[in-house]
Design a protein around this ligand. Structure first.
Ligand code: KIV
Ligand code: ZN
Length: 504
């Protein structure tokens, strides 16, 4: 059977989701979980984009053992050099060079002629090849590129040393018949003495990203790019978990296999959702909470008689409901560490000690500590470690007859405590006005969502906020989890404010 390589770009294209900012520790956690999930290639970032991106790519390159690690580079020597520096310690480094080839991109964005684009591909892919054994080239906006010129661009990259050709449907414009046809035609017409791997990279603007990726596979692509939960620029990327399950469940049809460890799927999805702040819709294929719930009586009756009547995927296949026992007050260090490992966390000693301390504090207040509680606890710990401004205290004065007042203190990067006090029409508004004063900011709160993290009357509250920086129009997200709704709201707002401050 043909093996399909999984290329995960959650940390690069996925991080281009508005409001998503992973810090280095979060990126490493996700990378290690992706390795456990069986990913072949991880795109760890865009090293020239920022010192933070460089540091994350370098750290991931040094820590992962089985995955190929790649970084993105434009057709510019400085990008390729920076990617080389970040990736050189990886067990198996690869560079991903791209340049747009569609008329609209060349004319308006690049202001380059076709000949100039071909010359740039030749020069920069050759240069990348002088530093890397494995070079992947992407003709950006390939699906809107004139077919003859696309072949010319791809042939130029292959002649210059690229052995992996990625064909991006950059704006999610294509459909399965057309996108599959592009692969068929390129594979039939390129000339190469070396084996060339073709790869799909689809966006979901018309809701066809997964279908397009599968069409590429049907037409000869041996690599599929995408992101967990389908996060990414605009409507997102191909959701890799959907492709993994489609290939597994319909092996009879696709006749392909992959190295994906299916029962790590749900865990991987939850980790990315928690750290990105992007919730998984309940009806999302494969990983949504309702994906294995049967509501109608007729369906329930059928499933009880034989699950195959309405269930093509068993929940345990993707790691849902594996009778995972919740922890409690009496659980010891050993059970705690085993649970963290089961959830995909690989913590160093200091982090695991701190996490255990937090777990014990939580277990004093909550009877059963579920997987969701633990994932939230770990996310809180990472957030606090990396936040420059930490929430120290929140006090609210409530009156049923008028304005509410809040006093909030934060600890700044110089370890100094700052206190402020403001009023608001409600308690949350009073807290947010106070935090704005402390951060000296005036963003717009565009989203505020609250839900119970788990079932049960001792459930923690989870608050998600999105702040819009009115000057740059950029969004920043934050999540806060706490027993108290006001504290959770303050945590979420402080996290989003930290992201906003760091970017400005
Ligand atoms: O969508 C796209 O074209 C990309 C490229 C950089 C591969 O993400
Ligand atoms: Zn993309």
């Amino acid at each position: 059977m043909r093996k399909i390589q999984f290329f995960d770009t959650t940390l690069r294209d996925g991080e281009q989701t508005p409001g998503v900012n992973f810090n280095t520790k979060e990126k490493i956690q996700i990378a290690l979980q992706l390795e456990k999930w069986g990913v072949d290639v991880i795109e760890a970032g865009f090293p020239i984009a920022s010192p933070g991106d460089f540091e994350a790519v370098q750290n991931i390159a040094r820590q992962v053992k089985t995955m190929t690690v790649t970084g993105l580079a434009r057709c510019q020597k400085k990008d390729i050099d920076r990617a080389y520096e970040a990736l050189k310690d990886a067990v198996d480094p690869q560079i991903h060079v791209f340049l747009a080839t569609s008329d609209v991109h060349m004319q308006y964005k690049l202001k380059m002629t076709r000949d100039e684009v071909l010359a740039s591909i030749k020069e920069h892919v050759s240069y990348a090849r002088s530093l890397f054994e494995k070079v992947q080239f992407s003709p950006e906006d390939a699906s809107r590129t004139e077919k003859g010129f696309l072949l010319e661009a791809v042939q130029t990259a292959i002649d210059a040393g690229a052995t992996i050709i990625n064909v991006p449907d950059t704006v999610g414009y294509s459909n399965p018949t057309e996108y599959g046809g592009i692969f068929k035609s390129l594979i039939a017409n390129i000339r190469s003495e070396r084996e060339i791997t073709f790869s799909s990279h689809c966006h979901d603007d018309l809701g066809m990203a997964t279908a397009n990726a599968l069409a590429a596979i049907e037409n000869g692509a041996n690599r599929v790019e995408g992101a967990i939960n389908g996060i990414g620029e605009r409507a997102g990327n191909t959701a890799l978990e959907e492709v993994a399950l489609a290939l597994a469940i319909r092996k009879d049809f696709y006749q392909c296999e992959s190295a994906i460890v299916l029962n790590e799927t749900k865990r991987t999805s939850e980790l990315v959702s928690r750290l990105s702040g992007i919730p998984v819709p309940k009806n999302k294929a494969i990983v949504g909470d309702n994906a294995y719930a049967h509501e109608s009586g007729i369906h329930q009756d059928g499933v009880l008689k034989n699950p195959e009547t309405y269930e093509i995927i068993t929940p345990t296949l993707v790691g849902v409901n594996q009778n995972s026992l919740p922890l409690g007050k009496l659980s010891g260090r050993h059970a705690f560490n085993a649970k963290l490992e089961e959830l995909g966390y690989q913590l160093n000693d200091a982090d695991s000690k701190e996490a255990f301390k937090r777990f014990k504090a939580l277990a004093d207040k909550k009877k059963q500590i579920t997987d969701k509680d633990l994932v939230a606890l770990l996310a809180d710990q990472y957030r606090e470690e990396t936040e420059k401004y930490k929430l120290a205290d929140v006090q609210v004065q409530y009156s049923s007859n008028g304005y509410q007042g809040a006093i909030v203190s934060i600890i700044d990067e110089e370890d100094e405590t700052k206190v402020a006090s403001r009023i608001g029409s409600g308690s949350i508004q009073a807290i947010y006005n106070t935090i704005d004063e402390l951060f000296q900011q005036d963003p717009e709160l565009t989203e505020y969502e609250i839900q119970a993290l788990t079932g049960g009357e001792d459930a923690q509250a989870e608050v998600r906020v999105t702040l819009l920086d009115k000057e740059t129009n950029e969004e920043y997200r934050g999540i806060g989890v706490d027993f108290d709704v006001l504290q959770a709201s303050a945590k979420a707002y402080v996290q989003a404010s930290n992201h906003l401050k760091q970017k400005n």
